[in-house]
Design a protein around this ligand. Structure first.
Ligand code: CP
Length: 309
């Protein structure tokens, strides 16, 4: 039986995604019902980039479901001394039941997944952040009571978080609008996949450089840092280009009266989001952060359930 990996939000169907959101809601409302789901199971958590939320929420998710987590920084592994990612996957598969990894290129993740005999989970790559995407959709669904037809405007850098939001939201019938400067648009291949998802689900995708076009009447406004991990050398030109895409009170005023403001965190107040918006009445960022835990419990329980592969 081949294992099921989770490298992209495009790795699950719309039905599977909705079921994961239901399970995540159950993990939040009745945590005791998830205790014991990973009894006797071991999960390697590899972080080749820094993390606060993802690392802690995965470790707590595994241990609170009865499993054990082996948390490793990339520089603690022989990867740093030339062992291949494929050999690392083959060896870890002999010890653990799943590998969760935060890494760089999506190709590195795919090579690990191809070589490993256990499920591999993308805990953020340069291309996608699908675990964040599940928590985002869970959070928004709880606010709106459903996702079909719900509009979300993502403003800023067309990065990994934007990609996962586009792929996930279009699987569940949402109206996703992405406003970025021309030089920071999302990957055209991801945009094409999102359009295909939207055609199948009845959703909608708009990519524009106009903030007002994206934000008009939106049910949710979303942003992320302008300089992602590994892009620190580019931070000055990024700040200059992305300045008009900050979510501030003027952008909130364009959206629906009951708009919610989302951010995957960490946030840079005064850059991609104004402090009074981040800490204001529309913000649901702390629920979003909490839901990483519940969403990841649901994901791991599903991937490691006997018969799910
Ligand atoms: N949102 C997110 O992935 O946070 P961390 O980088 O702290 O894990």
């Amino acid at each position: 039986m081949s294992e099921r990996d989770f490298l992209s939000l495009d790795d699950v169907s719309g039905g599977e995604l909705s079921a994961l959101l239901d399970d995540a809601d159950a993990a939040r409302s009745d945590p005791a019902s998830f205790a014991g789901r990973l009894d006797g199971r071991h999960v390697a958590l590899i972080f080749e980039k820094p993390s606060t939320r993802t690392r802690v929420s995965f470790e707590v998710a595994v241990t609170s479901m009865g499993g054990s987590a082996v948390v490793l920084r990339g520089d603690e592994l022989q990867l740093g001394r030339g062992e291949t990612i494929e050999d690392t996957g083959r060896v870890l598969s002999r010890y653990v039941d799943a590998i969760v990894i935060r890494t760089f290129g999506q190709d590195r993740l795919e090579r690990l997944a191809d070589a490993a005999d256990v499920p591999v989970v993308n805990a953020l790559s340069d291309a996608e952040h699908p675990c964040q995407g599940i928590a985002d959709l869970m959070t928004l669904r709880a606010v709106r009571g459903g996702l079909d037809g719900v509009s979300l405007a993502y403003l800023g850098d067309g990065n990994n978080v934007a990609h996962s939001l586009m792929l996930g939201a279009t699987k569940v019938g949402m109206d996703v609008r992405v406003a970025t400067p021309r030089d920071y648009r999302p990957d055209p291949e991801v945009v094409a996949r999102a359009h295909a998802n939207a055609s199948a689900s009845g959703g909608r995708v708009t990519v524009t450089d106009a903030v007002a076009e994206a934000a008009a009447g939106a049910h949710a406004l979303y942003t992320d840092v302008w300089t992602s991990m590994g892009q620190e050398q580019e931070s000055a030109p990024r700040r200059a280009a992305l300045e008009p895409y900050r979510i501030d009170a003027s952008v909130v005023a364009l959206a629906a009266d009951d708009v919610v403001v989302m951010h995957c965190l960490p946030a840079h107040r005064g850059e991609e989001i104004a402090a009074d918006v981040m800490d204001g009445p529309h913000s649901i960022v702390w629920d979003q952060a909490e839901n990483r835990l519940h969403a990841q419990k649901a994901l791991l329980a599903w991937l490691l359930a006997s018969g799910s592969a």
